[in-house]
Design a protein around this ligand. Structure first.
Ligand SMILES: Cc1cc2nc3c(=O)[nH]c(=O)nc-3n(C[C@H](O)[C@H](O)[C@H](O)COP(=O)(O)OP(=O)(O)OC[C@H]3O[C@@H](n4cnc5c(N)ncnc54)[C@H](O)[C@@H]3O)c2cc1C
Ligand SMILES: C=Cc1c2[nH]c(c1C)Cc1[nH]c(c(CCC(=O)O)c1C)Cc1[nH]c(c(C)c1CCC(=O)O)Cc1[nH]c(c(C)c1C=C)C2
Length: 474
């Protein structure tokens, strides 16, 4: 096909779209336009001279489900099997997760015994919350906040402690504003199908396509919970970049799109700071807000929907300490908003991926996550808060919550502005309206990226592939 396709945005979504465009189609030209000086977007790892790796964005990918298997297939095709660092489900860094409530750490139950007895910070055994779900009636609203849904089906205590924390640990968001239908579609579907979340999930199975590869089989046999790569997850975006260069994709860094408009002959004209180019089809892998700023007034209905999409800012603080300083082993701990609104949680990175520790004597690496949906109300504008302020909060938290009295030997602070989309109430309607609009106008525009149908790396990769397949008519 004699066509030029432009992919806007070189995060993991845009890179994956280019990957499938050159691998599976005969599009004559693929052009990737990235505004910054590097590819990968939020997938960003710092590698130090003494061998340590620090993640500033995603740090672990789940192998489970259709989306998890799809990512593993791409990893194999890119020749990265040798670089995989798996964490088995039996490892403390997979099964031991903590909540910081009433100024102390509480391990979340990971066995049946723990669910049957009362364990702090809860006032009754967790299975009793489940009994309520089995008898609760089906909800009547088209959409509901995650908080309201869980309070209604499992009770307020579970919503206040567990669900509040979970939403902070995945979306850095407030469960009172997030949509259950869009953030946790399996919960919504389970209620619709079986009237009970527990029954619905017990009977849902894994309906993804049956793809099997050596790596997928290995992930099942070794029962992986999550994985990373030697050199950090940035190794994945770098491998994609190398592949695209080899396949002749035109990659333009420091080329932020300024405007996207239609030409008289139904093509796109893309304005860049130093000129313009034309394309037959555009994949936008940009955050929704950024895309809304590029579209001219002819696309007002689309712009309006995109403008309503919200994001949250997270300050990510990497701390390294000499020696083993943690009082517990595990994945990390989350802090419910009732305990501390500003501090979201702490990941114990060196537990899951000791391979990323510096060479030589033992060390501990932690990541403290700060702000999220509470950033502006607690800390003010991300443009005025200083890295020193954030670092002070992070080291104080490590000291108060984990008893780490030592001074960190290395620190890195990043204020990731607008880094996580917030699927608020009605998100499903907004994405539905956008699809109908693009379809009605037969616009040669595909929207991919974390803004729409899932924020995890797996979701971004899966949805980018699906959009390319839709274009190719698969
Ligand atoms: C702190 C943090 C921790 C996370 N942890 C995990 C985790 O453990 N596991 C997991 O699965 N997921 C995690 N995620 C989520 C996941 O990393 C992201 O959702 C995903 O990387 C988003 O990828 P994307 O390509 O859709 O968007 P982005 O990474 O935002 O990429 C968009 C790209 O578009 C570019 N751009 C913007 N405007 C323009 C323009 N006008 N012209 C050209 N280019 C432009 C940007 O520079 C950027 O490179 C985490 C995210 C964050 C922020
Ligand atoms: C405290 C803030 C955050 C932590 N991680 C993230 C934020 C905002 C981002 C994030 N974490 C996960 C995902 C992907 C979800 C997926 O569907 O694959 C994203 C975008 C994984 C995750 N992390 C935690 C949970 C419960 C999950 C869900 C999936 C899983 O069970 O693995 C817990 C958790 N996250 C953070 C901490 C400190 C923490 C503690 C237990 C950091």
């Amino acid at each position: 096909m004699q066509r030029t396709v432009v992919v806007a945005g070189g995060g993991i979504s845009g890179l994956t779209a280019c990957y499938h465009l050159v691998k599976e189609s005969n599009v004559s030209k693929v052009i990737l336009l990235e505004g910054s000086s590097r590819l990968g977007g939020w997938m960003r790892s710092t590698r130090t001279e003494d061998g340590a790796v620090f993640e500033h964005g995603p740090r672990g990918i789940r192998p489970a489900g259709a989306v998890g298997r799809n990512t593993l297939c791409m990893v194999s095709e890119l020749g990265l099997e040798k670089d995989i660092l798996p964490v088995p489900r039996s490892h403390p860094a997979a099964k031991d997760r903590y909540l910081y409530v009433n100024k102390s750490l509480h391990k979340l139950p990971s066995s049946l015994g723990g669910v049957l007895r009362t364990v702090p910070p809860f006032t009754k055994p967790l299975f009793l919350f489940g009994l309520r779900d089995l008898v609760a009636t089906r909800g009547t609203k088209e959409d509901e906040s995650v908080y309201d849904f869980v309070s209604r089906r499992f009770g307020k205590e579970l919503a206040d402690i567990v669900i509040d924390s979970l939403c902070r640990g995945v979306f850095a968001g407030d469960c009172r504003n997030l949509s259950v239908r869009s953030c946790f579609p399996f919960l919504h579907d389970a209620e619709v199908r079986r009237r009970s979340v527990i029954l619905g999930m017990a009977t849902s199975g894994d309906k993804g396509p049956v793809v099997d590869s050596h790596l997928i089989k290995r992930s099942k046999v070794e029962r992986w919970s999550q994985w990373s790569l030697q050199g950090g997850l940035q190794t994945l975006s770098e491998a994609l970049e190398d592949f695209l260069i080899r396949k002749g994709v035109e990659i333009h860094k420091e080329s932020p799109l300024r405007q996207l408009e239609r030409t008289g002959d139904h093509r796109w004209k893309i304005k860049l700071p130093d000129g313009s180019l034309e394309a037959d089809h555009v994949f936008s892998a940009l955050p929704a807000k950024d895309l809304s700023r590029l579209l001219t007034h002819n696309f007002e209905p689309l712009v309006k929907e995109l403008q309503q999409m919200r994001t949250a800012t997270v300050a990510v603080v990497n701390l390294e300490y000499d020696g083993e300083v943690l009082p517990v082993s595990g994945f990390g701990h989350l802090i419910p908003s009732t305990e501390d609104r500003t501090l979201l949680g702490i990941v114990y990175d060196s537990e899951a991926f000791p391979e990323h520790n510096k060479n030589g004597p033992s060390s501990t690496r932690l990541t403290v996550m700060v702000g999220g949906a509470w950033f502006e109300s607690c800390l003010g504008s991300p443009d005025t808060v200083t890295p020193e302020q954030i670092l002070e909060m992070a080291t104080t938290a490590a000291s108060a919550q984990l008893g780490v009295r030592e001074k960190p030997s290395r620190t890195i602070v990043n204020i990731n502005k607008d880094c996580i989309p917030q699927y608020t109430l009605g998100h499903w309607r907004r994405t539905g309206n956008i699809s109908s609009y693009l379809h009605q106008l037969s616009l040669p525009l595909s929207l991919i990226g974390a803004s729409y149908h899932g924020v995890s790396v797996n979701d971004c990769i899966y949805n980018a592939k699906k959009a390319v397949h839709n274009l190719l008519g698969y």
